[in-house]
Design a protein around this ligand. Structure first.
Ligand code: SF4
Length: 193
């Protein structure tokens, strides 16, 4: 479903930059070497939005394909681990996310982010926080570690909430329109901050 004409015009004028999980953009960067392309993104929105695609797991050097990683909730703190190699990736992911997050706002002036569901790095709301030592038991759900850091940086830089959505929400035309409306407002807000 196309965007409302008025919103479309505002987006064409602004051409805001929006971050996106690289696998949604169509890059084959998932742990099993596949992508998770959302055709609507590529087909309908590349004319009006400048997408910045990135894969945090590849960027911290995990490679493709790679053993799966999981988020564990340990004494109230999140721990990102790759069980197969017994690597604790928490610090590496936090360091990368902090550095990249600052760059996304300062250099790219991102006005929103489209995240991949269920990922321990990129989930917006439904990342699985598992019981330490037990990958089957989910204690809680929440943002992935990369997302959490991006949202934290956004909250420090502006009182205005960074527009975010995941690909499930993006398929809903009402949520999608609202996402883009907020993106235009956030984009305009850069000039006043
Ligand atoms: S969800 Fe995020 S970390 Fe996982 S493959 Fe996609 S971009 Fe990479």
């Amino acid at each position: 479903m196309p965007l409302p004409a008025k919103l479309l015009k505002r987006l064409q004028n602004a051409k805001p930059t929006v971050g996106i999980s690289s696998c949604l953009w169509g890059n084959r960067v998932r742990y099993d070497g596949t992508d998770q392309t959302e055709p609507t993104i590529i087909e309908h929105f590349s004319e009006i939005v400048q997408w910045v695609a990135l894969c945090p797991e590849v960027e911290i050097g995990l490679g493709v394909p790679r053993p799966r990683i999981d988020l564990f909730l340990k004494e109230g703190q999140l721990e990102l681990r790759q069980d197969k190699t017994d690597r604790n990736l928490t610090q590496a992911m936090e360091d990368y996310s902090f550095k990249k997050g600052k760059e996304l706002f300062a250099r790219h002036r991102i006005s929103g982010f489209l995240f991949k569901t269920k990922s321990p790095s990129c989930a917006l709301t439904d990342g699985k926080y598992k019981m330490p030592g037990d990958r089957e038991t989910v204690l809680q759900r929440g943002p992935g570690l990369f997302t959490k850091t991006i949202l934290h940086i956004a909250s420090k830089r502006s009182a205005m909430e960074l527009p975010t959505l995941d690909e499930i929400g993006f398929r809903d035309p009402i949520l999608r329109d609202t996402f883009f409306e907020k993106i235009v407002l956030y984009h305009d807000h850069y000039d006043t901050t």
